[in-house]
Design a protein around this ligand. Structure first.
Ligand code: FAD
Length: 404
């Protein structure tokens, strides 16, 4: 839905000369795109030329994904973790286009939208995140629920509502990565003695790629709740009755009222015909400044970008990495516009945080690991500090403290 009229509205308009506004177009309003737009707005006072920022995002609310699980236990309300873009951008110069970007034409510097008129840009930022991997397991799409967005959390809530009068509710979670473990613990606490929760994963350990201390804390949390965990289990199919898998050479069937699918997201592909070659992992190579190779005026960040990270192959696909990259892209955009020098992105791994049930979490970083209620408090505090905009953080804090 087009909002304010912007310089982009004129198809075919050309790069600015003299005093005409510099057009920055940001695709995707997640951890990379939204935070970049907000940070760029902060730079505007230091740039002598007028700059017009347009953010293209199909959703009406930002999704703070790490806190989505808290909706299931009603520890947080939807407005706290999914504030409306119109509120977040109210006092900024960012022009929101609630629309899907469909095609990027790098040569013409043009983005085609699903509904609105095309946008021409001088600088482009691409941060479209990840999407579900095309289904490889029979029935997984038809008979399981994903858990990646506020919309998914609302769908799960409706399903739980439908089952409210059942004496027992059987939940099977496919995947023992962070999403699978966090969901299993929260749902177990939500359902209490009515719930039977099972986690199935084809790998031999939970939370592969996480430090051992995090794995141990998660193992204890799952065990304490009586959550059945099947590892080295190959999922064969999902149907309306549950999930079938092979384990220990035997076929198994885990009956389920709800199957949650937490395996397999992949970076979104580039939009359009420009022959950009992704890495084997599906990300796009970028320079240390996060500019696209061969395109000085295009930045890619977040899950879609193979962002450099010291001591690692690349930065992880996390909110933490996208959140750190966003101000660097904003700085470099401002620097390009003002003719100053750019800076490289350096990823700093600040640690790992996982919720392990209602009022329980593990937080590990800088050689320390905190669990239980203190872990939950630390995690909540760390995320509160990273909510977008001071005004939204303040609204959430006042609400939590019971202030008007
Ligand atoms: C349930 C869940 C829990 C998570 N927990 C954690 C955690 O605890 N810690 C952590 O660090 N990371 C976590 N992550 C990962 C984290 O959310 C991502 O790594 C991060 O959001 C990536 O940022 P991004 O900007 O690349 O993409 P996103 O934040 O996903 O933003 C992409 C945006 O692009 C929009 N978009 C998509 N297609 C188009 C299009 N064609 N045109 C315009 N807009 C488009 C989407 O609507 C979305 O708003 C979690 C993810 C999920 C799903």
């Amino acid at each position: 839905m087009p909002s304010k009229r912007s310089p982009y509205s004129a198809p075919g308009s050309v790069a600015p000369t003299g005093d005409s506004a510099v057009r920055v177009c940001i695709l995707g309003g997640g951890f990379g795109g939204l935070y970049c737009a907000l940070a760029l707005h902060q730079h505007l006072g230091k740039i002598s030329r007028p700059v017009h920022i347009t953010l293209v995002e199909p959703r009406d609310r930002f999704n703070f994904t790490p806190l989505l699980y808290e909706l299931l236990t009603q520890e947080l309300a939807p407005w706290e973790i999914a504030p409306a873009y119109t509120d977040l951008l109210k006092h900024t110069a960012v022009d929101l286009r609630q629309d899907w970007a469909e095609q990027i034409d790098l040569a013409q510097r043009r983005v085609t939208l699903r509904q609105g008129s095309p946008l021409t840009y001088d600088y482009l930022v691409v941060a479209l995140g990840s999407q579900l991997r095309p289904p490889l397991v029979a029935g997984s799409q038809a008979h399981s629920l994903p858990f990646n967005s506020l919309g998914d959390a609302e769908r799960l809530e409706r399903r739980l509502g439908d089952l409210a009068h059942q004496p027992t509710v059987q939940v099977v979670v496919a995947g023992a990565g962070p999403s699978g473990v966090e969901l299993a613990c929260k749902l177990s606490d939500r359902l209490g003695s009515r719930g039977h929760v099972t986690v199935v994963d084809r790998r031999g350990e939970i939370l592969r790629s996480y430090p051992e201390r995090v794995q141990r804390a998660a193992g204890r949390a799952l065990g304490k709740r009586g959550i059945a965990v099947y590892l080295n289990a190959a999922i064969d199919g999902v149907d309306a009755t549950g999930l079938t898998f092979g384990h220990g050479g035997q076929p198994h069937h885990a009956p389920a009222d709800i199957v949650l699918w937490t395996v397999g997201t992949v970076p979104r592909p580039w939009l359009g015909g420009d022959a950009l070659k992704p890495t084997p992992f599906g990300q796009y190579p970028v320079r240390p400044t996060l500019q696209l190779l061969d395109h000085n005026n295009v930045f890619v960040l977040g899950d879609m970008a193979a962002m450099p990270a010291p001591g690692r192959e690349r930065a992880p696909l996390t909110a933490q990495a996208a959140y750190q990259a966003a101000p660097v892209v904003a700085h470099n955009l401002a620097a390009l516009i003002a003719g100053r020098s750019l800076k490289p992105f350096v990823y700093h791994h600040l640690g790992d945080m996982l919720t392990l049930g209602q009022g329980e979490a593990v937080v590990c970083g800088f050689g320390l690991c905190i669990t239980g209620r203190l872990g939950a408090f630390s995690r909540r505090w760390a995320y509160w500090l990273r909510l977008p905009t001071m005004a939204h953080r303040w609204r959430v804090l006042k609400h939590r403290l019971g202030l008007r």
